[in-house]
Design a protein around this ligand. Structure first.
Ligand code: NDP
Length: 329
């Protein structure tokens, strides 16, 4: 194995102007940690797009290798839990934010941040799921914990043609839910139906300022968009329903009222993937192995080379990416 490896490095000058360079690093450049991993696959999530374009302050230590998730093989370990040759996945824990991340040939991290790659998955499969897909599963599990079963009625997914959305649609439909997919891209209706959406609605239906209460249209929802969209989803959720909120692709605000909570007993379930406890991560990855159809995973992911990361980052922030982008190293 060569002493150096390629990496993307995001730097910023004294005027806080950000630049992104392809560089060669050595293991001496990596940060503290007790496990070193040869990165075999990674992915471009919305958050990676925000980091590379500088559109939001995701990176909080400079210069930094971005990339919030990877799958690969352990090449050195001082952690009793992991040995050389183990295949692992990393999502979150500040990697790609304050700790050198996934967009490099190697990564050094804390062993406790890693989970095992499920036996039936390749590193590319795992990154086709990636943080977006694992977050979609966290949302599904939260709805289940709240008792939102397929018998309770339809479930809406917003930002449906994106990464979180497309995995959410696939998993929910496999579990037997009637999935209503909301998208701003009518051209992706066929794609969403192939993933299992029973109905496709236009993003505009949920974009106007929300009324305190709307017609009850669904038992629950998974929202990757935020802002008016989330407020509308809540106002249209049936009595006793629940909405898992994980994203802000449409905005960070929540311009709604308490009416759905106090008049319909609707619950808003907050989802964070970054610091989620290990037991929940292990359960989410187990469920992904069980409830995400491999054919659909292939259909919703696009394989790209390392050199394509920066362009992909700009595209995802512009809302132009369909499904999941996987980078094979
Ligand atoms: P994607 O860009 O792949 O998906 C987001 C989708 O949202 C787009 O495909 C688009 O779907 C829709 N969208 C984009 N811009 C707008 C807009 N201005 N108004 C309304 N809808 C819009 O991103 P990801 O799936 O990777 O992430 C989705 C969100 O979830 C992001 O905000 C991300 O930060 C968040 N996230 C949060 C996590 C957590 O731990 N809480 C973990 C992972 C992601 P369409 O074209 O179908 O309308």
């Amino acid at each position: 194995m060569s002493d150096t490896f390629k990496a993307l490095l995001v730097s910023r000058d004294e005027n806080k102007t950000q630049s992104v360079d392809m560089v060669e690093l050595s293991e001496d450049d990596l940060m503290e940690g007790d496990v070193t991993v040869a990165v075999e696959a990674t992915t471009v999530n919305y958050k990676d797009g925000l980091a590379i374009t500088g559109k939001a302050p995701v990176i909080r230590r400079w210069p930094l290798v971005p990339g919030i998730d990877f799958a690969g093989t352990v090449i050195a370990s001082d952690n009793a839990q992991w040995k050389v040759g183990d295949r692992v996945i990393l999502n979150g824990w500040g990697v790609g934010e304050t700790h050198h991340g996934a967009f490099a040939g190697r990564a050094r991290v804390k062993g406790e941040w890693l989970v095992p790659l499920p036996a039936a998955m390749t590193p590319v499969d795992a990154m086709a799921v990636g943080t977006a897909g694992y977050t979609a599963m966290l949302c599904v599990m939260a709805l289940e914990r709240h008792g939102i079963t397929p018998e309770r009625g339809p479930v809406v997914v917003t930002g449906a043609a994106g990464g979180v959305g497309s995995v959410a649609v696939s998993v929910l439909s496999k579990l037997g839910y009637h999935v209503i997919a909301s998208t701003g891209r009518p051209a992706e209706a066929g794609f969403l139906q192939e993933l299992g959406a029973a109905e496709v609605i236009a993003r505009e239906e949920l974009e106007a300022p929300a009324k305190p209460l709307g017609k009850e249209r669904w038992a629950g929802g998974i929202d990757a968009v935020g802002s008016n969209t989330l407020a509308n989803v809540l106002s249209m959720t049936a009595y006793g329903g629940a909405v898992a909120a994980c994203g802000l692709a449409g905005g960070m605000d929540l311009p709604g009222s308490v009416a759905p909570f106090i008049l319909r007993g609707v619950s808003l379930l907050g989802i964070d993937s970054v610091m989620a406890p290990r037991e929940i991560r292990l359960e989410a990855w187990r469920r992904i192995g069980q409830d995400l159809d491999h054919g659909k995973l292939t259909a919703l992911s696009t394989l790209m080379p390392f050199d394509a990361i920066v362009n992909a980052a700009h595209d995802i922030v512009a809302g132009k990416v369909r499904g999941r982008l996987v980078i094979e190293m």
